[in-house]
Unconditional design. Structure first.
Length: 307
């Protein structure tokens, strides 16, 4: 009898939980439908219906929240992923330093796009739009849209070199969704003007330096060999990146591990280090290696203190 009684209680709990989710979805859908809608084309070439006026958003995936802060739209963010709330010894991301309030917001899911539909539906301030980068990792955007009833807008993060068109397209999509098209133009002009200025100032330098940047962050902090073959600042000033190759694929131009032997042979004139490597800890990371590894200490740039 006790077993039957407990089973009955369990079934009732499951029933009420499912009823709550269904009612939440119904209420959310009715709210969205009752608002005037407009359509935009996202980076996945999907036609997405979104509310006429956007006041509440969440950002899923690496770099997504950074893009939103470029638009001075951080006040629209109603929740963040776990990556934004974790405690670090120090913070290396400028957009987070400028917005400490992000750490106080509710959490809607895991880092790197691993969203939690139930947590999203349970938010007191329901987002009207979910922006999502790097859709091949984490929760599928189409499935997320089905589970939550909230429009998901895909962004291709891109970069300022080979992926510049994707980056500018992401800015264009955000500007259209938030009705901040003028800000999109300001941002694109800002990047283009500074890139052109650096090109103009360095194009006639007779002898360019061999450079290397180590400790590049990639899904977390890394050691000295972690680098970026297409590192944009080197390209902007016509510096010679010893890690660059004549043929760089989509897979390797953003990140690679360059062997210590190759670094020693190339012996760069100047070495740069990504600040994020310090998050690897006192006895790890690029700074520790440069000060303790015999191979690194043999480099000309280290001996001459050009790091």
């Amino acid at each position: 009898m006790a077993f039957v009684f407990l089973e009955d209680i369990l079934m009732k709990k499951i029933y009420w939980s499912l009823l709550f989710v269904c009612l939440s979805l119904t209420l959310l859908t009715s709210i969205v439908i009752s608002q005037p809608l407009r359509q935009i084309i996202d980076a996945g070439q999907r036609r997405v219906s979104i509310p006429e006026k956007i006041d509440r958003i969440i950002c899923s995936g690496p770099g997504c929240l950074r893009l939103i802060t470029y638009f001075n739209a951080q006040d629209l963010v109603v929740a963040v992923d776990t990556f934004e709330t974790r405690e670090n010894k120090f913070e290396a991301r400028p957009y987070t330093l400028a917005n400490p309030q992000f750490k106080e917001l509710p959490v809607f899911g895991g880092a790197r796009g691993y969203d939690d539909p139930e947590k999203i539906l349970g938010l007191a301030n329901q987002p009207q739009v979910i922006f999502k980068t790097y859709i091949t990792m984490g929760y599928d955007p189409v499935e997320l849209e089905k589970k939550t009833g909230i429009p998901v807008v895909i962004l291709e993060y891109g970069d300022l070199t080979q992926g510049k068109n994707n980056f500018f397209n992401a800015l264009d999509i955000i500007g259209k969704v938030l009705k901040k098209e003028s800000r999109t133009k300001e941002l694109i002009n800002f990047f283009e003007d500074h890139i052109n200025e650096l090109e103009e100032r360095t194009k006639n330098i007779a002898e360019t330096k061999n450079c290397f940047i180590g400790g590049i962050a990639f899904k977390g902090p890394h050691g000295f060999q972690s680098t970026e073959p297409s590192y944009p600042p080197f390209q902007f000033i016509n510096a010679k990146n010893i890690a660059a190759t004549s043929v760089m694929s989509e897979k390797n131009f953003r990140h690679s591990n360059f062997s210590k032997e190759k670094i020693l042979i190339a012996d760069p004139d100047i070495i740069f280090v990504d600040l994020s490597t310090l998050q690897a800890g006192k006895h790890h990371g690029a700074i520790h290696e440069l000060g303790n590894d015999p191979v690194c200490q043999g480099l000309s740039a280290v001996k001459a203190k050009r790091v």
